[in-house]
Design a protein around this ligand. Structure first.
Ligand SMILES: Nc1ncnc2[nH]cnc12
Ligand SMILES: [Zn+2]
Length: 311
């Protein structure tokens, strides 16, 4: 199936780290992996919830050490995205997850910066970077890291908020989002993935986000749905992620079709494709087959993604 051109607006670049690349980078950097072999690593890609995934996601990042590692990771992803007819990719990355391991911000930015620069000519995909802050780390640290990114002139178009959602309400991060706004940066946040619908409202009202990542739990709050429809707030939905992290029991029960029917501004994305069983095209075919989406539905979803991109 040839897919319509689309924008990938919800992908964590560290979540595109495929097991094969983990082994290749571990070898290159002389790192001993705590797995028996590739199959043993692959067998661990079974999750009970967001935290069980995050534990493996952060552990595997240890193989990312040099600027070249970050460049290779991002370009491998962008080549794969091109196969799915992605024309624009806004890549999330987690600066704090690297800083806490002793990898310098300058190394991360040099590596990812080179990849987004080379991408149009090498992959055909226009790429941009969004720095995400970890909600299970201190809010003051997020302010510190964003200040450093701004001071070094890092090539970022915006900021986001990710990691463990439950018990970490968006309002804790008002200061870093205000700083981003002062510097003309775009603002997005994960909300309503595992956390309650109220976190979506807070992300809009307190953080001033322009898009909500996931947002599926908005359906529990009819007044919020009405507002999201009225304001056409983009919701970047990640179907395979929702099923693999058990927010949704089976793809056949995914609320995406209902969200479309309600008039919500939804689009399909891949979140952490190396961990959740597929890239943008895999997500599209999975929901199409499970929910019986029509070619018109798919066209609407792709058009929504392009219209919600920051360009
Ligand atoms: N699905 C997700 N939710 C929250 N934080 C993440 N970081 C990487 N993937 C994530
Ligand atoms: Zn995500």
């Amino acid at each position: 199936m040839t897919l319509s051109p689309a924008a990938e607006l919800h992908v964590h670049i560290e979540g595109t780290l495929e097991p094969e690349l983990i082994y290749e980078l571990a070898e290159r950097n002389g790192i001993d992996l705590p797995y028996a072999d590739l199959d043993d690593l692959r067998a661990r890609y079974e999750f009970d919830d967001l935290q069980s995934f995050l534990d493996l996601y952060y552990a595997n990042m240890q193989v990312l050490v040099t600027a070249q590692d970050f460049t290779d990771l991002a370009l491998a992803y962008l080549h794969r995205a091109a196969q799915a007819n992605v024309v624009r990719a806004e890549l999330f990355f987690d600066p704090q997850a690297h800083l806490v391991r002793g990898v310098e911000l300058s190394t991360v930015m040099e590596g990812l910066g080179a990849a987004i620069k080379r991408s149009p000519s090498e992959t055909g995909v226009e790429a941009a970077l969004i720095a995400c802050f970890l909600r299970d780390r201190p809010p003051a640290e997020a302010v510190e890291v964003l200040s450093e990114l701004i001071a070094m002139g890092a090539p970022i178009i915006g900021i986001g908020l990710d990691s463990a959602e439950r018990d970490y309400p968006p309002r804790l991060f008002k200061e870093v989002f205000d700083l981003a706004a002062e510097h003309g940066l775009h603002r997005v946040a994960h909300a309503g993935e595992e956390g309650p619908a109220d976190y979506i409202r807070e992300a809009l009202d307190v953080l001033g986000v322009e898009r909500v990542d996931h947002g599926v739990r908005c359906l529990e709050d009819p007044d919020l749905v009405e507002r999201l429809v009225r304001d056409q707030v983009p919701l970047t939905v990640c179907p395979l992620s929702n099923v693999r992290l058990k927010g949704v029991a089976r793809m056949e029960e995914h609320p995406l079709k209902r969200m479309l029917e309600l008039g919500l501004n939804v689009s399909i994305h891949s979140d952490d494709p190396a961990y959740f069983g597929g890239y943008l095209d895999d997500n599209v075919t999975a929901v199409r087959d499970a929910l019986g989406l029509t070619p018109e539905d798919l066209e609407t979803l792709a058009a929504n993604s392009l219209a919600s991109a920051f360009r």
